[in-house]
Design a protein around this ligand. Structure first.
Ligand SMILES: [Cu+2]
Length: 160
């Protein structure tokens, strides 16, 4: 009887250790890549773009972003209404399990309002992304002159 109880306790402890060391229980299953922001004239709001991939098996939500270089940082989505381009502030942006979501011009973006300094091409800004379930992530956004993806598409359409 006593023997069995010890075995049982051992297997529970061992099971917990296995779970803790499994990659599924890593801090976050959200990966952010291809971050960039376009250079803007002085004192003009800027926007941050990126690709967000959820490698987990549960959906997660980007709920806030913060950046020391700007007075206000918001989550936005651009949409068209009667041919008018408008922006709406998002409380939360869902990244479904196994999906990737592209933040791009005329779509989702991180709105950076009230720059505290001019950010020029070649410089960068650190933006902290806050997720509902995963840990917050600090992501480096390089400042560039042109949308790198649009530039790549243009290059492709001209053929090689
Ligand atoms: Cu915006």
């Amino acid at each position: 009887m006593a023997q069995q109880r010890i075995t049982c306790r051992f297997s529970i402890t061992f099971g917990l250790l296995l779970m803790l060391s499994s990659p599924l229980f890593a801090a976050s299953s959200i990966d952010v890549t291809d971050a960039w922001m376009r250079e803007a004239p002085p004192n003009v709001p800027m926007a941050g773009y990126m690709s967000v991939v959820n490698r987990g098996d549960a959906s997660d939500f980007l709920v806030a972003a913060s950046c020391d270089d700007f007075a206000v940082t918001e989550l936005h989505r651009t949409f068209y209404e009667s041919d008018m381009m408008r922006m709406v502030r998002m409380e939360a942006i869902e990244i479904p399990a196994g999906a990737s979501l592209l933040f791009e011009p005329a779509g989702y973006h991180i709105m950076l309002i009230g720059p505290k300094k001019r950010l020029l091409t070649g410089e960068q800004s650190q933006i902290t992304l806050h997720f509902r379930h995963g840990e917050s992530q600090v992501v480096t956004f390089p400042v560039v002159k042109q949308d790198p993806q649009a530039a790549a598409r243009e290059h492709l359409s001209h053929g090689n």
